[in-house]
Design a protein around this ligand. Structure first.
Ligand code: NAP
Length: 280
């Protein structure tokens, strides 16, 4: 089965080595700041992972943690970081505690420092094919497609899930590469009629076994973005036995997950380049 695996762990490791070398050669030290409000246990783990990776790459890292803070004060903190020339990239760790306006807070981050690629300005640039910071998971999926030389123009591509974090930016990234893409969601009638005809199927929903073996195209390719924790084990959105029919498939874990983290790190270097161009 191994020759059918799209190995995100391996690709992310290769990209990490390339990035480390580029960062080593830089004249200045880049800095990533993560703003984390509250004590969501999963967020604490994710921030720790980002810190470890950032330090391994050779970046400075600041975990700006607030047990509690008023929204207006948080906005002020973000603006201070926007104005600080020593800060290259800013992430607001999600989810934010109840009552915070995610939209307002995310859009306070300077688009030039928005290494998660979640500001409205950067989404619009992505749609318009302008240089920008691309959201990390869609960027990681595109890197996998490129690494495995998966051609796009000759394929029917179907994405399931239309979130602003994953499905929607992916739709535009693929379209910009001349793929013909169908975007499905929770209101799509007869999902199987789309997935069954997909040469490349990308699933980003968050429902274990949403895509069963009978819903996939023989000899197709699947990129499974979903992460579902059941009894302490991680699963994607695609039933494991589907792989027997497929040409290629990402595992969960070890597929898209590691690509998301390395894409974030690549975005920090990308942000620094964009800032240099704008003489920030
Ligand atoms: N591997 C990684 O690094 C990584 C990164 C980010 C996210 N993820 C995982 O990817 C999954 C999706 O994340 P997200 O943030 O995009 O989630 P989300 O914001 O909850 O969006 C889920 C999407 O799935 C659609 N959907 C829900 N039920 C459906 C159904 N029965 N049939 C078809 N579509 C359905 C929703 O449709 P509507 O728009 O109609 O509601 C929505 O567009 C989650 O499991 C998440 O943990 C993984």
């Amino acid at each position: 089965m191994n020759e059918k695996i799209i190995d995100g762990k391996k690709i992310s490791k290769e990209r990490k080595e390339i990035l480390q070398e580029k960062v080593y050669k830089l004249k200045k030290k880049l800095k990533l700041v993560v703003i984390n409000v509250g004590n969501d246990p999963a967020s604490l783990v994710y921030v720790a992972q980002k810190e470890k990776m950032a330090l391994e790459i050779g970046y400075d890292f600041l975990n700006l943690h607030f047990d509690d803070i008023l929204e207006d004060d948080l906005i002020k903190e973000i603006k201070k970081l926007n104005d600080d020339p020593n800060v290259t990239g800013i992430i607001v760790q999600l989810p934010l505690p109840k009552g915070f306006s995610k939209e307002r807070i995310l859009n306070t981050v300077s688009p030039l420092k928005d290494v998660d690629g979640l500001t409205n300005e950067n989404l619009l640039k992505l749609i318009k094919k302008e240089p920008t910071l691309i959201p990390c998971t869609p960027k990681g999926v595109m890197s996998l497609i490129e690494s495995y030389n998966i051609s796009l123009e000759d394929k029917r591509v179907v994405i399931v899930g239309r979130s602003e974090l994953v499905g929607l930016p992916l739709f535009h990234l693929l379209l910009n590469k001349n793929a013909t893409v169908t975007l499905c969601h929770s209101k799509t009638k007869d999902l199987k009629s789309y997935t069954k005809n997909a040469d490349l199927l990308i699933v980003a929903v968050g429902k274990k076994d949403l895509i069963t073996k009978d819903m996939v195209k023989e000899n197709g390719i699947i990129i499974d973005v979903g992460i579902n924790r059941v009894d302490g084990k991680l699963y994607g959105d695609v039933a494991a036995d589907a792989i027997s029919l497929l040409q290629l498939m990402t595992p969960v874990p070890g597929g898209v997950g590691p690509m998301t983290v390395i894409s974030l790190m690549e975005n920090v270097l990308e942000a620094s380049k964009l800032q240099d161009k704008k003489h920030f």
